[in-house]
Design a protein around this ligand. Structure first.
Ligand code: BES
Ligand code: ZN
Ligand code: ZN
Length: 475
């Protein structure tokens, strides 16, 4: 999709005219006036109406009440616009930029985000999709920078979606590492892959989770140094289970089918690292992708195994389906020990309980830092990749204490560690970080939609790319 900034629409298939309710009352446009007379269009939020005259096609779209207009309202409205244009098989449209309470650069930014994010279909295994090729933004304002920025961030979100949607027979640990290498090469990120040396280095939890697979597990580290090297970096850790069968505690039908999505955290981390480099963000950021395939096999780890983690603490495995926390734990300790970051943020499709608590529309956050979780909350409100914090009290940490090991991998509360599952999983992770402020984002719900919602498609959503970019830039 190409964006052009012009002072007039020029040659496009459709001219889109966004109007608030207040604007329809003072419109000078002849056709709009006629419509108003017939009361067909009053600028009501999300309402659209086509006008066709003399080969010219206009799409009027309602922005609603002027004082309610914010970036999210614009995103939602333009997801409707893009869908309408697509259904009519048009390839290009222009849009005017209304004068309203919402600053013009924010309006334009939200339009760009919505257009890129809505015009998406996972098409690797289907014939070419219909797409909007060109959007002309009619404005005299200097908004090039925001257009470029939003386009970069959102195109990288689409990449994250593609990587996650790619089935596990193709996107196995080896392939996902190849993708990371290719991204690193193009974006000039330093990349380190720890695979054969996992055991030698003591990254035994990552190793254990990956043992059942023919594709060896690995930890991929991506480094972006956009600021002075003396400044502490921000660490991002992503769960990259390319497929989660549950292991010996095999997942049942109805739960297993979408488990190619279990690499969502790692794919988001990769897309964020690419974004940092492309936007030349003035921060130091280190990305960790903990990549394994959780399979059933002769070499699989099993319930009752006791494994020594990278931190030195021993973990008793009581459920091989609680594998994400294991793969993440070693990466968290590694990040803290070797990079001494200012803050560690992890993104993981960690628990079904996150879906029970918040559904698909909100990310579950658990943190030991008021300061950084407040910042994350604000970034969530701004991008509308919203987060909601759950508590991490001592009681939850105690539930993870082992009987014959230091820690166990599921809590001792409820069947299969089911009570407060999102918090106890986070409590497990917390035990592998010593003193660095930490924000855990459980994206099990938000990374995968069962149904499209405005600019977020069904299946992989690429959640977290916009959120993390916003969070990091505001640190
Ligand atoms: N990958 C799953 C969590 C998940 C569930 C992600 C649904 C997306 C949608 C994770 O590895 C898992 O299986 N967690 C278990 C933990 C339990 C065994 C304590 C769960 O949530 O049931
Ligand atoms: Zn699992
Ligand atoms: Zn999992």
């Amino acid at each position: 999709m190409k964006f052009h900034l012009k002072s007039s629409p020029g040659k496009v298939d459709v001219e889109v005219v966004p109007l608030t309710e207040e604007m329809t009352k003072v419109s000078k446009d002849k056709e709009v006036k006629a419509l108003l007379k017939s009361k067909d269009f009053t600028g009501k939020y999300r309402k659209t109406i086509w006008l066709r005259s003399g080969g010219k096609r206009t799409l009027l779209v309602g922005l609603g009440k002027q004082n309610k207009l914010d970036e999210e309202a614009v995103r939602r409205v333009y997801s409707i616009v893009v869908s309408e244009v697509l259904t009519s098989k048009y390839k290009s449209f222009s849009t005017s930029v209304p004068t309203s309470k919402l600053k013009k650069d924010l309006f334009v930014g939200a339009v760009v985000e919505s257009c890129v994010l809505t015009d998406y279909k996972f098409s690797k295994f289907k014939k070419k999709k219909e797409a909007v090729d060109e959007v002309v933004i009619v404005t005299k304002d200097r908004v090039e920078k925001i257009v470029k920025e939003k386009q970069t961030i959102c195109e990288n979100t689409l990449l994250a979606r593609d990587w996650v949607n790619m089935p596990a027979d193709v996107m196995n640990p080896v392939e996902l590492t190849k993708v990371a290498k290719e991204v690193a090469r193009k974006a000039k990120l330093k990349i380190t892959v720890i695979d054969k040396d996992l055991k030698k280095k003591g990254l035994n939890l990552i190793d254990a989770v990956g043992k059942g697979s023919i594709y060896p597990p690995r930890m991929v580290i991506l480094e972006y140094w956009g600021d002075n090297r003396s400044k502490k970096p921000i660490a991002l850790v992503g769960k990259g289970i390319t497929f989660d069968t549950g292991g010996i505690n095999l997942k049942p039908t109805g739960y297993i089918e979408s488990m190619k999505s279990d690499k969502g955290g790692a794919c988001t981390v990769l897309a964020v690292m690419k974004t940092m480099a492309e936007l030349k963000v003035k921060k130091n950021v280190i990305g960790f992708m903990s990549i394994c395939e959780n399979m059933v096999g002769r070499h699989s780890y099993r319930p009752s195994d006791i494994i020594k983690s990278y931190s030195g603490k021993t973990v008793e495995i009581l459920n091989t389906d609680a594998e994400g926390r294991l793969a993440m734990a070693d990466a968290l300790t590694y990040a803290e020990k070797h990079y001494k970051p200012e803050v560690i943020v992890d993104l993981a499709t960690l628990t079904g309980a996150a879906l029970v608590a918040l559904g698909e529309y909100v990310i579950a956050m658990v943190s030991d830092s008021d300061k950084y979780s407040d910042k994350m909350f604000k970034a969530g409100q701004k991008t509308f990749e919203r987060v909601w914090r759950l508590p991490l009290y001592e009681e939850y940490l105690d539930l993870m204490k082992g009987d014959i090991s230091d820690i166990k991998n599921i809590s001792s509360s409820g069947a299969m560690g089911g009570r407060a599952g999102t918090i106890t999983a986070a409590a497990f992770l917390k035990k592998f970080i010593e003193k660095t402020p930490w924000v855990h984002l459980d994206i099990a719900g938000a990374a995968w939609y069962t149904k499209q919602y405005y600019y977020a498609p069904k299946d992989a959503t690429g959640i977290g790319v916009r959120l993390m970019t916003e969070f990091i830039r505001n640190l």
